[in-house]
Ligand binder design. Structure first.
Ligand SMILES: Cc1cc2nc3c(=O)[nH]c(=O)nc-3n(C[C@H](O)[C@H](O)[C@H](O)COP(=O)(O)OP(=O)(O)OC[C@H]3O[C@@H](n4cnc5c(N)ncnc54)[C@H](O)[C@@H]3O)c2cc1C
Length: 627
């Protein structure tokens, strides 16, 4: 099967926008190469007590402001977010959490930032989203990474004081595939400004934002004889009267959840943006967007983890007080199965979240894959937790908080959290796109060694091919036999108890097994592998579960060191490791024993309308049916 020209363009652009360098080590990058670097995770990075105090005080402050100005049920019912809440949160500094003190922000650590946004999310996810869209992905983050001093001086103090910001990448025709972007920025003849034309869809904070970062197509450039699309990033300042003239909020969107967010379709018509508002270089826009998401992605899993902790808090009360068949429901094994699973998954989410935040604060470790996996694991896991929680709460889980309140029942929020949280598996990279991103990095070593040899598009001369072959041979002659060597728990893990050592030894052994199976898979499918996304997703799931197990074991070790008799920590980590091991084994089995061909066949029949006979006796309202 030929890859279409359009798809090839998208893949080329995604490839060019990847950060190819690994300046610092990464546990996950090493994991996929068969190197189990326990030393990068252990001892588990715990928050510095002084830093924790700062976070604790701000959590109290956030609670005070929220209780005074925010009623999450009213927001959910009315789809209206109180403007005074934005103002008061800004006054208290919450719009400057990630901005350094030098520019008027609070200069918080990533750990405190995630803790606070996670806490706020357990009260009102819309509020957490306002803050997160503003500073996890909005203007402060890209400026921090690639902004010039002048840009930082000009915008960061305003942003810290509460000038709301947004990140605008998506368009009506462009979701996961930014290469097809239609919004353009045309330079003026004298190069002093650009005219932006196009539309951006679903931009969180967009309708109310004062300063936005917008990704657009600048004129294509010739690179190695080929015209290459150039995605570039601009700061759009709506306080600039010339810019404001071309900016229109064309529509305010409403969603299944997050009824208090400001989100809309933005239209730019000959919108004049000064050339100095270009962020980074022309053509770097997608790279900047991806770099923004590297740490920006840590907020969504923090909110997901906090929602799961809240589910545990409510569940504990409910399974003890709800009596059915003469006993508290928690005593029915089927319910205990759900509560135990909720606890195990929540423990792992917490382990991953605080490890990733701790590593981001420590520096000297590349966390782009850790953040991507945190997002991937926590959003999927939190959805499973939410579903278990709703099942345990049953009728009351499905009932809205206001209805529970109005009829005098205990208002444990469940259905609203599920509605609010569902989008976490979609935004900042859908689960399927996260699988592609992680899989691409997982295969990096093999891609760079093998692809230039086997891919005809690589256009490598015969002589260079021989050199490449020699290099690959030299690498694999050492690397491949090593993946078969027996291995146990790392030697510096001997202080762990016997159960945890056994789990850790499994992780180390499975890391090598995964690396060699990945190599076999690569050899088997070669270029076709990029289309075998189900196979790739299984490797990503295996890698993610090994990562989740390892971080959970490191976290448990830190907790047990402080409190050796804490039986519940041991049991919960043991349970998570058992659950993860089952998933890993199942995924290995599915690598060779699956029905992917049949899935492809039915998927194709579905697309071609051969299954339309099933969709009878339904109300049909698609435009094609109405015509
Ligand atoms: C509430 C909300 C807030 C948002 N906030 C912002 C924001 O602030 N800024 C912004 O720029 N965007 C924002 N978005 C957009 C969001 O990032 C996109 O919805 C997301 O990137 C997915 O794009 P899409 O919905 O167009 O889905 P599509 O890209 O059309 O994908 C549809 C389906 O196809 C799958 N798919 C697509 N390509 C592939 C592939 N190559 N392989 C496998 N599967 C594939 C996807 O996983 C998905 O299941 C927001 C969206 C929502 C709903």
């Amino acid at each position: 099967m030929q890859v279409s020209e359009e798809k090839q363009k998208s893949m080329d652009l995604a490839e060019e926008s990847r950060e190819t360098e690994w300046k610092y080590p990464s546990f996950i990058a090493e994991l996929f190469k068969g190197n189990f670097r326990w030393d990068l995770i252990h001892p588990y990075q715990e928050q510095d007590p002084e830093d924790k105090k700062i976070g604790d005080a701000l959590i109290l402050k956030a609670k005070e402001v929220m209780l005074k100005f925010i009623d999450p049920d009213k927001i959910d019912r009315d789809y209206v977010y109180p403007p005074e809440a934005v103002l008061e949160m800004a006054k208290a500094g919450f719009y400057g959490m990630k901005i350094s003190k030098e520019y008027g922000g609070l200069g918080l650590s990533q750990t405190n930032y995630s803790r606070i946004v996670g806490f706020i999310g357990t009260y009102c996810q819309s509020t957490a989203t306002w803050l997160s869209a503003h500073q996890s992905i909005g203007v402060p983050q890209p400026l921090k990474v690639v902004g010039t001093d002048a840009q930082k001086k000009k915008y960061l103090p305003r942003l810290a004081a509460g000038a709301v910001s947004a990140f605008a990448l998506t368009e009506p025709g462009v979701g996961s595939d930014p290469a097809a972007m239609k919004t353009t920025a045309t330079p003026s003849a004298d190069g002093s400004y650009y005219l932006l034309n196009g539309e951006k869809l679903w931009i969180t904070n967009g309708p109310d934002a004062e300063i936005l970062i917008v990704m657009v197509q600048t004129p294509p450039k010739e690179v190695k004889g080929k015209m290459r699309p150039q995605i570039s990033a601009f700061v759009v300042d709506r306080k600039d009267p010339e810019t404001a003239k071309g900016f229109e909020v064309a529509f305010r969107c409403r969603f299944m959840g997050l009824h208090g967010i400001s989100n809309g379709l933005l239209r730019f018509k000959d919108m004049k943006v000064p050339a100095e508002n270009l962020v980074g270089k022309t053509g770097d826009g997608l790279k900047i967007a991806l770099m923004t998401l590297n740490t920006g992605r840590l907020t969504v899993p923090a909110i997901a983890g906090s929602a799961s902790k809240q589910a545990m808090y409510y569940c504990h009360d409910w399974v003890n007080t709800r009596i059915q068949w003469g006993v508290p429901i928690g005593k029915h094994q089927a319910v205990a199965n759900m509560t135990a699973r909720v606890a195990a998954e929540t423990f792992a989410m917490e382990a991953i979240n605080w490890l990733a935040c701790g590593l981001a604060d420590k520096g000297g470790i590349d966390i782009r894959l850790e953040a991507a996996m945190a997002k991937y694991f926590c959003t999927e896991s939190a959805w499973r937790v939410g579903d278990d929680f709703m099942q345990i709460r049953s009728g009351r889980g499905f009932e809205s908080v206001s209805s529970l309140k109005d009829r005098g029942d205990v208002p444990m929020v469940c259905e609203r959290t599920m509605r609010d949280a569902r989008v976490a598996r979609i935004l900042e990279g859908t689960t399927q796109i996260m699988e592609l991103i992680i899989a691409r990095e997982a295969l990096d070593t093999h891609f760079s060694l093998i692809m230039p040899i086997v891919d005809p598009r690589a256009n490598v001369k015969k002589l260079s091919k021989i050199t490449l072959l020699m290099n690959a041979f030299k690498f694999y002659a050492v690397w491949y036999p090593k993946q078969w060597l027996p291995t146990g728990a790392p030697s510096n893990a001997r202080n762990l108890n016997s159960k945890n050592i056994a789990h850790l030894a499994y992780c180390a052994k499975t890391c090598r097994k995964m690396a060699r199976r990945l190599f076999h898979t690569m050899g088997r499918y070669q270029q076709k592998l990029e289309r075998k996304t189900l196979i790739l997703a299984r490797y990503v799931e295996i890698g993610t579960d090994i990562f989740a197990m390892t971080t959970s074991l490191a976290r448990a070790d830190a907790m047990l060191a402080k409190d050796p008799n804490n039986k519940s920590v041991q049991d919960v980590v043991d349970l998570f490791c058992n659950i993860a091991r089952k998933r890993i084994e199942n995924n290995f089995r599915l690598l060779s024993c699956n029905h992917d061909d049949l899935t492809d066949k039915v998927g194709k029949a579905f697309m071609e309308g051969e299954l339309d006979w099933m969709s009878t006796d339904i109300y049909r309202d698609l435009p094609a049916d109405k015509a």
